[in-house]
Design a binder for this molecule. Structure first.
Ligand SMILES: Nc1ccn([C@@H]2O[C@H](COP(=O)(O)OP(=O)(O)OP(=O)(O)O)[C@@H](O)[C@H]2O)c(=O)n1
Ligand SMILES: C[C@](O)(CO)[C@H](O)COP(=O)(O)O
Length: 244
């Protein structure tokens, strides 16, 4: 591989949903330690996610993007090889990724792989599969899981009945449906161009592939892993510890 492969880990979120139970159901103000620094089997979640990436020697560097004034990152990442961190976090995930990408100043032909700090369970085999597929096809792609359950679309909630249960409008054919995971891997120039072209829609993009799709590309869907779920809700910490 003549071009280099660099990983970006957006880690500037506050983990509001993960704190819901501890605040009695309400979403907390971002004062408590964000979820990416909570310990999972004796190690901060962020450190585990970075170590999962370092397992593949083709990744030349891992660049972690944190919020301004983050007091936890230096300790959480101490001693890890090929790893740097920058206080370039933005108000949304997509804005964090865009500023990290600009900060990295990669060549257009380099590859960039974006991975959530909140996915510490990434298996080496899934990472290897993604990198192999993207390099072989010369195109970008993402890890994803085919939907296994029957899918329902809810009818618009009745504004007058806040406590009424949601009801089904229709069942949705699931054959072509996949759930997007990370890492997501693209040529750096392509991803930067697609994120910049999103303009005011940037903050609505929930993953990198969406930016490429808007720009007319069709990213490869590479089978991910059930272990690679995103730690989002309070109960996810216990579940992830069982996998690790
Ligand atoms: N402004 C933001 C928001 C999110 N993220 C990162 O994007 C990843 C996926 O986001 P998510 O799981 O939603 O984390 P949070 O935004 O922290 O969670 P919540 O939405 O519950 O607050 C995480 O690694 C998170 O730190 C980020 O770098 N910058
Ligand atoms: C990127 C992602 O993990 C793919 O599933 C997801 O879209 C992040 O969403 P979040 O709302 O920022 O957790």
């Amino acid at each position: 591989m003549s071009s280099k492969l660099v990983a970006i880990v957006p880690a500037a979120g506050v983990g509001a949903r993960a704190q819901a139970a501890r605040s009695g159901g309400a979403v907390l103000a971002p004062k408590t330690m964000p979820k990416q620094y909570r310990m999972l089997k004796g190690e901060p979640m962020l450190r585990r996610s970075v170590r999962a990436l370092l397992a593949d020697s083709r990744i030349a560097q891992v660049r972690v993007a944190v919020a301004q004034g983050d007091p936890w990152v230096a300790q959480a990442l101490s001693g890890l090889p090929r790893t740097v961190w920058r206080a370039c976090g933005g108000p949304t995930r997509a804005q964090t990724v865009l500023s990290a990408l600009r900060d990295a100043a990669l060549d257009a032909g380099d590859w960039v792989l974006v991975h959530d700090a909140a996915r510490p369970g990434l298996p080496p085999s899934a990472l290897e599969r993604l990198i192999d597929t993207c390099l072989a096809h010369g195109a970008g792609g993402l890890l994803a899981q085919q939907v296994a359950d029957t899918v329902k679309r809810a009818r618009d909630a009745d504004a007058g009945e806040a406590k009424a249960p949601q009801v089904v409008q229709a069942s949705v054919p699931r054959d072509a449906l996949w759930l997007a995971q990370t890492p997501q891997m693209f040529p750096a120039g392509l991803l930067l161009g697609a994120l910049e072209a999103a303009g005011t829609a940037l903050s609505q993009l929930t993953d990198e592939a969406s930016a490429l799709e808007r720009a007319g590309y069709a990213p490869c869907l590479v089978p991910g892993s059930v272990r690679n779920f995103k730690v989002t809700w309070p109960e996810d910490f216990v579940l992830m510890e069982k996998w690790l």
